[in-house]
Design a binder for this molecule. Structure first.
Ligand code: CA
Length: 502
C-alpha cells in the first residue's frame, strides 16, 4: 500500500493398501490437496525462476495465491499461528506475506519486537505447508542498507533450508528512486548477503514507483538467479496502462510476482473497484502470476479484509469479513488442486510408527493407503509379522508388489487393491494411517470394531474427537520438516470437539 502518494474417486484420491495380519496399518500415502488443509510446499517443493515463471520441483509453473498481512507495527496482533493456519485451511491460501514495517515505529526503532512477529508467521507457514514472504516493508530502504543486510542475513541463515521462504527485500521504492542508480545497487547489496546462506530461495525485488515500473527493471535486470520483480497495483487507481507495463516486462523475459494488490484505491481506501479487480485477476491468471492481497486487517478501510473487531486468530464467520475480504476469499476458494500427491513416509518415521505400536511377530498390520508398501514390508522384515497393504491406486499396488518381492516377504505380506472405507478391519491388531484428519474421522466406525488392545498409528494427522494415547514429534535426517506421529489404542477415547473449528 502506498502511504505517500496516490473419496477416493473424487477430489481425494486415497492410496489404500490393506493387508491381513496383525497390524492394521492404515497408512495414508496420499495427502489430498483439495480445499482446506492444502499443503502447497509438499506439492510444489523448492521453487525457482525459469524464464518469466515461477516453477516447482517438477519444473511446471506454480501460481501461489494468498493474503498479505498489514504493517507489522500497527497490526502485530495478526502475526500469530492461528491466523496463518486459518488462512490456509479456510481461505485456501498457499502463501502469506509478513509485512515487517521498517519506518514509522517499525524495525528501525523496535528491531527485536518486529522480527519476532515475522518469525512467528514464518514458523506457522512452515508448520502448515505454506509459502511465506518475508517483506521488508519500506519506502526508503536505500537509507537502511546495513539494517536490511543484517536482518536478511539472519533470516537466510535461519530459514534458508526451508523451501517455504520467499524474500521481498524492498517493498515499494518511490518514483524518485532511480532503478539503475539507487534501487538496483540496493538489491545487489542485500541479495549477496542472502545468497551467502541460501543459494536458491526466490528473492523478489521492488521496482521504481511503488513497484510499478517493472518494465524498466526488465530492461536492466539483476544478474542473480531466482529473482522475481514486484508488481503492485490497486484496482481503483491502476488499470490497463499498468497491465501493459507488466506485459512488456514479461515479454522481456523476467518473472513478476504481485506481492501486494488491493481492490481499492492506491491509498488502501476509497472506492472498491470490482470491475477492474476482475480485469486484474484475469490478467494474473492468464500470465500465471502469483499474488498476495492487501491486507489482513480489521480497520475501517476499503482494502482491509476484515471488519473491526474480527478475531486476530482467525475463525471468522462471514459477518466478520469486509466486502473486499469476501471478494478475495471467494477468489481464493475457487482454486482447488485436483491432483493428489503421493508422499512416501520417511524410513525413520516408519520405524518410529512401528515402535510406537509395539509390533510383535504375532501381530497383523494393515496399512491403509500403503503407497509403495514400505510400512508392511518393514514390519515383516523387522518383526516377522504379517501385513496387508491396501491401496486404491493400481500404480501403487504395482509398486508395493515389487517392493514385497524385492524384500522376499511374500510369505508375510499381501497387497490388495481395495477401498479402505469398506474394509472389515476386525482381524488386524495394528493399523497404520497417513490420511487427512477428515478421512481419519471417517474411519472411526470401522476402527471401533477392532479388538480391544489393537493399536492405530497415524503419520502427521490426528483424528478429531478421539484423544491419542501418545503424540511423538520427530525430524528425520531424510526430511526437512518435523513429523508428528499419533497413537491410539482400542477402545478409542472420544472427546468433545468444537464443530465450528472443523
Ligand atoms: Ca534454500
Amino acid at each position: 500500500m502506498i502511504i505517500t502518494k496516490g473419496s477416493q474417486h473424487g477430489s481425494f484420491k486415497i492410496s489404500v493398501f490393506l493387508r491381513f495380519t496383525l497390524i492394521l496399518s492404515i497408512c495414508l500415502s496420499f495427502a489430498s490437496l483439495s480445499s482446506a488443509k492444502n499443503n502447497a510446499v509438499r506439492k510444489y517443493g523448492q521453487l525457482r525462476i525459469n524464464g518469466n515463471h515461477i516453477v516447482g520441483k517438477d519444473g511446471k509453473p506454480v501460481v501461489l495465491r494468498g493474503m498479505s498481512l498489514h504493517w507489522s507495527q500497527w497490526a502485530g496482533q495478526f502475526y500469530n499461528t492461528g491466523l496463518v493456519k486459518w488462512l490456509g485451511d479456510d481461505w485456501n491460501c498457499t502463501i502469506v506475506r509478513a509485512s515487517m514495517a521498517i519506518e514509522a515505529g517499525g524495525y528501525l526503532t523496535n528491531p527485536e519486537r518486529e522480527k519476532q512477529k515475522v518469525k512467528k508467521v514464518v514458523q506457522a507457514a512452515i508448520d502448515n505447508g505454506m509459502y511465506v514472504i518475508i517483506d521488508w516493508h519500506d519506502h526508503n530502504a536505500n537509507k537502511h542498507i546495513p539494517q536490511a543486510q543484517t536482518f536478511f542475513e539472519e533470516m537466510a541463515k535461519t530459514y534458508g533450508k526451508y523451501p517455504n521462504i520467499i524474500y521481498e527485500i524492498w517493498n515499494e521504492p518511490l518514483d524518485t528512486h532511480d532503478w539503475d542508480t539507487v534501487i538496483k545497487p540496493y538489491h545487489g547489496a542485500v541479495i549477496s548477503k542472502i545468497r551467502a546462506h541460501d543459494a536458491n530461495n526466490i528473492i523478489v525485488c521492488g521496482t521504481q514507483s511503488w513497484s510499478q515500473d517493472v518494465d524498466k527493471a526488465s530492461r536492466s535486470p539483476l544478474k542473480f538467479d531466482n529473482i522475481a520483480y514486484s508488481l503492485h497495483f490497486y484496482a481503483a487507481s491502476h488499470n490497463q496502462s499498468l497491465r501493459d507495463k507488466a506485459a512488456a516486462a514479461l515479454d522481456n523475459g523476467v518473472a513478476l510476482m504481485v506481492t501486494e494488490w488491493g481492490t481499492s484505491e492506491a491509498t488502501g481506501d476509497g472506492k472498491l473497484d470490482s470491475e477492474q479487480t476482475k480485469e486484474w485477476l484475469k490478467f494474473m491468471d492468464k500470465n500465471e502470476l502469483s499474488w498476495c492481497n492487501w491486507s489482513i486487517m480489521d480497520k475501517q478501510e476499503t482494502s482491509a479484509a476484515l471488519k473491526p473487531g474480527a478475531d486476530p486468530n482467525g475463525g471468522w464467520s462471514v459477518e466478520k469479513i469486509s466486502d473486499s475480504g469476501m471478494l478475495v476469499r471467494q477468489e481464493l476458494r475457487k482454486y482447488h488442486s485436483p491432483d493428489v500427491i503421493y508422499v512416501p513416509t520417511p524410513p525413520e518415521v516408519v520405524d518410529k510408527m512401528l515402535e510406537m505400536a509395539q509390533v510383535t511377530k504375532d501381530d497383523l498390520v494393515y496399512d491403509l493407503g500403503c503407497g509403495d508398501g514400505r510400512i508392511v514390508v518393514t514390519a515383516a522384515k523387522k518383526y516377522g509379522c504379517r501385513g496387508i497393504g491396501y491401496d486404491i491406486d493400481p500404480k501403487r499396488i504395482e509398486e508395493s508388489l515389487e517392493n514385497v518381492k524385492k524384500n522376499s516377504v511374500e510369505d508375510l505380506v499381501t497387497i490388495e487393491q481395495k477401498d479402505i472405507f469398506t474394509l472389515d478391519l476386525s482381524d488386524a491388531n495394528v493399523i497404520t494411517l497417513y490420511l487427512l484428519p477428515s478421512l481419519n474421522v471417517k474411519l472411526v466406525p470401522q476402527l471401533e470394531k477392532l479388538k480391544p488392545g489393537s493399536r492405530i498409528v497415524s503419520h502427521d494427522f490426528d483424528m478429531r474427537g478421539v484423544k491419542p494415547d501418545q503424540v511423538v514429534k520427530i525430524t528425520p535426517e531424510s526430511s526437512y520438516r518435523e513429523h508428528t506421529i499419533y497413537l491410539w489404542t482400542i477402545p478409542l477415547k472420544k472427546e468433545p470437539v468444537d464443530d465450528y473449528l472443523r
